[in-house]
Design a protein around this ligand. Structure first.
Ligand SMILES: Cc1cc2nc3c(=O)[nH]c(=O)nc-3n(C[C@H](O)[C@H](O)[C@H](O)COP(=O)(O)OP(=O)(O)OC[C@H]3O[C@@H](n4cnc5c(N)ncnc54)[C@H](O)[C@@H]3O)c2cc1C
Length: 382
């Protein structure tokens, strides 16, 4: 049997995609501007996301999840980001980082304790970065000291997505700094644990409704039963989860680019100058055609990386390429959309200026563009 085209969706994938698309248009779209202006994620929207089943996509049905695939997560992130990349990234972190890490590294006890909660009402966050360690993530300074049946964590995390809403945090800290990255360990920290505080929320250029906060760990006691994976193997949890997570960011950027292109196509068909629609000018048509090519290429790269991952095939380089390409395409396509809206594109009365601001983050988080290039070059030259 010949292999199906990458963009061919199986029946369940198509139905799932359509339901998220309808939800995005019906329930997200009316809130986008207000959430952006107030820099606050709507609580009721968060509840609806759980109701839709997109906050536990890969969680098996036996734990109350949707029993879907990584590819389903990618479809959800893309469709939500087409309307609002802030909503896209909340769902992305929940699924491609937090739940993904638990499914892969948690023992049965942790799965039983946390997966049903994550599927039903708990939002998750993934806390690796610190003020002094971003690209050099393993240079983290947070420490964990063994005390009786617990580890006591101290340090500060920075830039943590979903922190304002989250109930559960995967926190990386080093139990043995002398061992370097081999001391890094992943801990599951509940928001209510004594010594744990969510600190300052960042005031950002884009994805403003997505919370990004500092975390403070002040002698925060974490039971040993909340170590995720093996002690000293947190670097593996971090790196392997992020390898998959960046496909999700590719999907977020693909969604943003698609959203901007859709707006640009609709607007240029309506806006008249020199007595005709601006879409009738070949100069504009060629710009739209180039943007459509970028979107299609980004889609192929993102879908391929996601399908490779679901097939259990190597996908490291493909994930880096898809994130690199989709984030650059998103910046270019959203910028073009602002141009094609003319003066209106520069105002908040139209959605493209927000997508343009939102697209910028794609080249920064889950590994900057230079870090993706480093991964791709390493594979190329080995
Ligand atoms: C909105 C937002 C949300 C985030 N969410 C999370 C989250 O949920 N969890 C989390 O753990 N982190 C999160 N982050 C952190 C994010 O992953 C880091 O900001 C990112 O990895 C870059 O690290 P940095 O900011 O320290 O920049 P730096 O590492 O200081 O990089 C600055 C510049 O130097 C370049 N550079 C650095 N090293 C090299 C090198 N060796 N070669 C070439 N160029 C290099 C980079 O490419 C970049 O252009 C978030 C950040 C933001 C802004």
């Amino acid at each position: 049997m010949p292999a199906a085209p990458l963009t061919f969706l199986a029946e369940d994938e198509r139905l799932f995609r359509d339901s998220v698309r309808e939800f995005a248009d019906r329930d997200v779209k009316p809130l986008v501007r207000e959430m952006d202006e107030q820099a606050k994620f709507s609580r009721s929207l968060l509840e609806k996301l759980f109701g839709l089943g997109v906050m536990g996509i890969e969680i098996p049905e036996s734990y109350g999840g949707s029993g879907g695939t990584f590819f389903h997560s990618v479809l959800a992130v893309e469709e939500l980001s087409r309307v609002d990349p802030s909503v896209g990234v909340l769902v992305d972190v929940q699924n491609t980082l937090v739940i993904n890490a638990l499914l892969r590294w948690a023992n049965d006890d942790i799965k039983r304790r946390y997966l049903p909660k994550l599927a039903a009402s708990w939002t998750g966050a993934y806390a690796l970065s610190e003020a002094g360690s971003g690209s050099d993530a393993f240079g983290l300074a947070s420490r964990a000291v063994e005390r009786d049946d617990a580890y006591v964590l101290s340090g500060r995390k920075l830039w943590i997505t979903n922190a304002a809403e989250a109930d559960l945090f995967i926190v990386f800290a080093n139990i043995n700094p002398e061992a370097g990255y081999r001391g890094i360990t992943a801990f599951l920290v509940e928001r209510s644990f004594p010594g744990f505080t969510v600190g300052k929320k960042e005031d950002k250029l884009g994805i403003r409704a997505s919370s990004t906060c500092e975390l403070l760990l002040e002698d925060c006691r974490v039971p040993k039963s909340n170590v995720l994976g093996d002690v000293g193997k947190g670097y593996k949890v971090a790196i392997e989860t992020l390898n998959e997570g960046r496909i999700g960011i590719g999907a977020q950027m693909l969604g943003a680019a698609r959203g901007a292109l859709d707006h640009a196509v609709a607007y240029t068909k309506e806006r008249k100058q020199f007595g005709k629609a601006i879409a009738d000018f070949q100069g504009v048509q060629f710009q739209l055609a180039r943007a459509a090519s970028q979107v299609e290429a980004a889609k192929l790269l993102v879908y391929n990386a996601a399908r490779l991952r679901d097939a259990g095939k190597p996908f490291l380089t493909e994930a880096a390429i898809c994130k690199l390409f989709a984030s650059e395409a998103a910046e270019q396509v959203t910028s073009l959309a602002v141009n094609l809206f003319g003066g209106y594109g520069f105002t908040k009365d139209y959605p493209v200026e927000k997508l343009y601001r939102d697209a910028k983050i794609g080249q920064i988080y889950e590994g900057t563009t230079n870090m993706q290039l480093q991964t791709i070059a390493k594979a190329l030259l080995q």
